[in-house]
Every structure is written in C-alpha cells, then in structure tokens.
Ligand binder design. Sequence first.
Ligand code: G6P
Length: 608
Amino acid sequence: MCGIVGYVGEKAALPALIEGLKRLEYRGYDSCGVALSGQGGIDVRKSQGRISVLEAQLDFEADRSTSGIAHTRWATHGAPNDVNAHPHCDASRRIALVHNGIVENYQPLRIYLEQQGVTFRSETDSEVLAQLIGWFYDGDLEKAVREALCKVQGTYGIAVISNDEPGVIVAARRGSPLIIGVGRGEYVVASDASAIIEHTTQVIYLCDNEIVRLTVEGFHTTTLDAEPVTKEVQEVEWTLEQIELAGYEHYMLKEIFEQPASLSTGMRGRVDLREGTIRLGGLADCTRELTHCRRIIMTACGTAWHAALVGEYLFEDLARVPTEVDYASEFRYRNPIVGEGTVVIAVSQSGETADTLAALREAKQRGALTLGVVNTVGSTIAREADAGVYLHVGPEIGVASTKAFTGQLTVLTLMAASLGRRRHLSQPAAREILEALAAIPDQVKTVLARAAEAEAVAEAYQHRDNWLYLGRGYNFPVAMEGALKLKEISYIHAEGLPAAEMKHGPIALINEGMPVVVIATRGAQYEKIISNIEEVRTRGGHIIAVATEGDRQVAKLAEHVLYVPHTMEPLQPLLTVVPLQLIAYYTAVLRGCNVDKPRNLAKSVTVE
Ligand code: G6P
C-alpha cells in the first residue's frame, strides 16, 4: 500500500525514480510525486492520477540531480489530489518526505505544531511527520528524523531528504516494509524489491525501529535509540523478466497462465513420489513441536484467507488436527485462546499485510509456535515467524491474487500431508495425494487451453450486476474466491457461499437470468449440489457449472459448463478456481475496467 522509492548514486536520479515508481504502481495509484535535491534546493512535483501524468510534466534532460525520493499513493487520510500527494515538505521547504503507513497521533501533533505557528498545506497525517522533522531540524537530518519518530505513534516506512544535505537520504521503518538495494555506486530504497532489481539484486531488509542514512559513499544503520546495527546484505531471487508483462496484456492474465509453471516450482525439491515423503526445509527445526501439536489456527486476509479455509479442511482431513481459520483483523483484537500445543499459521502472499503481521505477533506473544506461508522472500512475516514455507511462485504484480492462491493451496496440501504422515496417514495414502498433486500442473494447462469457454461466459453475463457463486466441501472457499475475483476487478456485486446456505437468505436474490456459478465437480456431495442447481433453475437463475470432464448430467442442467479434469477432492480447488479467475478477468476486460489496478484496492495492505 503506497510505494516508496529513493535513489542516491552517480547517475541522474529522476529516470531511476520514475522507473521505480512504475514498478511500484501496483501498490497504490491514486496520485504520485517526486522530490529531487539539487543545487537550487528541493524540487517537488506532484500529480493526481497515474505516473504517466506526472511523467509528462517532468524535464528529464534538465534535471541532473543524483538523489531524490518518490511516492505512489493509496489514500488513507485526505482525498487523492495534488496537495495530498507525497512528497510532503516542512513549512520552510527544507525537508521533503515520502511516507507509507499511518501516523495515529497526527491530530495532537498537528495541533501542537499549529500552535507554534506552523502552517499546514494538506489534510494528510504524513505532512505532520514532514513538519515535525522540519521542526527538529538543525542541520542534521538523521538526528531530526530520530527525534521526530520518537514522538510518533503508528506505522511508517519513510524516506526523507533535506535541502541543506544534498546527496543524503534518511529512511526508517516501523510496520511498513523498506528494502535498501546496494548497487555499484548507487543505493535504492524502496518499499519492495520490484523497484530495486533493475539496479541490483543485493539488498538489506530494514527492520522495525531502524534508521538508515544513505549517501553515494555507503550506508549506516542504527536503531531509533542511535545504537549501530550491522546489516547482512542478501540476494533477491526475483528477476527482471518475472516482473515484466512478457507479451501479455495484463499481469493478471500472465499470472493465471503462469500457474502450471508456478505450481511445479512450488513443489520442486519438496516431494519424493517413490517414497511418498515430503521435505519442507523451512519446518525442519520445529518438526517435533509440529507433530505433537493439538490445534492449528490459520490467520490471513482476502484471498489468503480463502486459501486458509481450504487449509482447514486439509489439516483436519489429512492430518486429523483440529483446525480453525480466523480473519487476521479479528484474531488480533479478540483475546484469542492460544493454549499449549497451538500452532498459528499466517498465510500471506506479500508477507507484509498489517493485520496478518499483527495477528502473528499476537500469537507469538501468547506462546504459540508461529509459521508463515508466504510468497515474498525476506518479508516481515517470513522473518518474524518461528518457521515457515515459501510459496516460490515468483512475484505477483496483478492486484487480484491468482497464482499465489494456488501456490498457497499447494503448500498447505504439502504441510497437511507431511504432518499427516507423521501422525496417522499411511504411506500409500500419502503417495496417492502426492501423485495426484504432481499431475495438477498439466491438468491446469488443460483448463487454461479452454479459456475461450470462460470468455464466452463473460460475454454472456458481462452486463449482469449480481452474481452468486456456490460450492460445497473443499470447493466452498473456491466459490468465495471466485466471487471475490469478480468483485475486485469488474466491480460487480458477487457473493460466494457454501451451497447449502443459499436457502437461508441469498435464494431471495435469484431472479430470471441471474448468473449463478456452481462448482459441481464429482465428489461426496455431488448429489447435494445437483439439488442446489435445481433449486436455482426453478427460480429462473442461469447455471454456470464447473464440472468434472465427461459429466453429462450437469451439462443438461447448465447454460454453460466449464470442465476440469478429474482429481481427488482435496486437490479440486487447484483446478476449479482457474475458470473462475478467467471469468473474472474477461468480464473486467469487457467492462473496460483496469484489471491490474482496480479502483480503491492495493496489492499489499500495510495499514490496518
Ligand atoms: C489485499 C489484496 C488481496 C490479498 C490481500 C491479502 O487485499 O488486494 O489480493 O489477498 O490483500 O494479502 P496478502 O499479501 O497478505 O496475501
């Protein structure tokens, strides 16, 4: 949520900053801005809207500054307009700051500063921080930042420059990610690695309550209390190719089509089919504790929460461990019971979601063994969890999560089967699951080869403003995920439900021609879902069924059938979600929506 980039080096900063902003645009995109420190003072340019609007106002030839900061915003305090866009300056315009996070005590701080005669320009909490730093500034930027941050409650990732110290960037974090790219003769500070890897793959991850001072000569890291900190330089796995469109029209489509490959990568080196064994290196140190756990709580937000719901079925089914799933935002505040033998698993693509991180910390505080199921290597949740498993699906740029969801399902299946093996699951049973899992990437290819059928559904129902999604068992969370995808990117109202719940209210919504997507694959509850289909049809609803290849019965009842290959029930979500991703994608395109940057959303929600 909000993207920060800062550059200090031997080259011109402006092109690097704008390029970095474009890479970060998926984090927030309602306004943006840049501040450069040069001979004539700080030059700030801001603009409402997309980065291309800002870019059109800049003179790349004229500006030779070699350091600066930039920001792409997702508004929290104050409307998205030029004034509220970052960077923000102090009253004397000596200081410019970009901020990600929320200054919770901004109102008393603002009142205090106003009483001292400071005039504010914007409605933002971030300007308070810029003004406060300016208030403390006496020629030493790092010291002023430290003093200001000691007064601040809330979360921040910041990068700050000063008129009087050209070539210096001071950055700090608490609760919002910041990474420093360590290049040759240049440093880049950014809220995620995608803005850095064009320059270097060598990075340091700033921790909470740390401050870094960057110049072209090097960096110096300290705590908020001015204690020096030695940071380890690490290698980022992501490549430039992975974060480019590679000929696809949208990242979301690219990421949907990447799934056969990303699923294979997620399993690589982890499964021994012959032995029926699973190796999850990240859990090696807690094998004993995990094997004897009494209860699992999974916590997550959004799509990751849907994956966790499937995980609940997997852990209970395959490992026979009582499991529950909680929204991270609820878990963190509701005085949860975390008894002896409780394992808390935080599921998160970004590894930075504020609520999920806070839930993980709460669980840790209460003595749980905490595990992370995370995609972004080196992210805060990955670093703070006691142990964990990475998804390894590569960077996900499209705001609507797709390949991360199937990656989460894969990892949760491996975790559940591995735990099951150590408790009661027989070797043949484990082998059967692993063999079925190994076949999934090719089966997803088969589903993708039929994308045109999902497109036909989108064409038929693109103008309908209410959709229902129904599923049972393992496919109930998939119904919710399908509905979420449609909502997120095409702004259509959609509800996902366990099919049986339809009768307890939502059935009242069904009218003539209403699209009702039903996941009706072969399985234990097949007959029940056929009854639900009949109930919808009787009321005039149109059935869009996701069915098992060769199922003629469903074909007779549905307006559209999207076939998926046969697999065992616990693995069906890996296949059944794919046509739903495609329906959402094509519907959004047909409705002229910005698929990768849907309104009001952000990829990584780093504020609560
Ligand atoms: C945001 C994104 C969703 C994502 C959710 C959780 O709302 O738009 O796509 O599922 O955050 O994100 P996480 O990174 O924790 O999986």
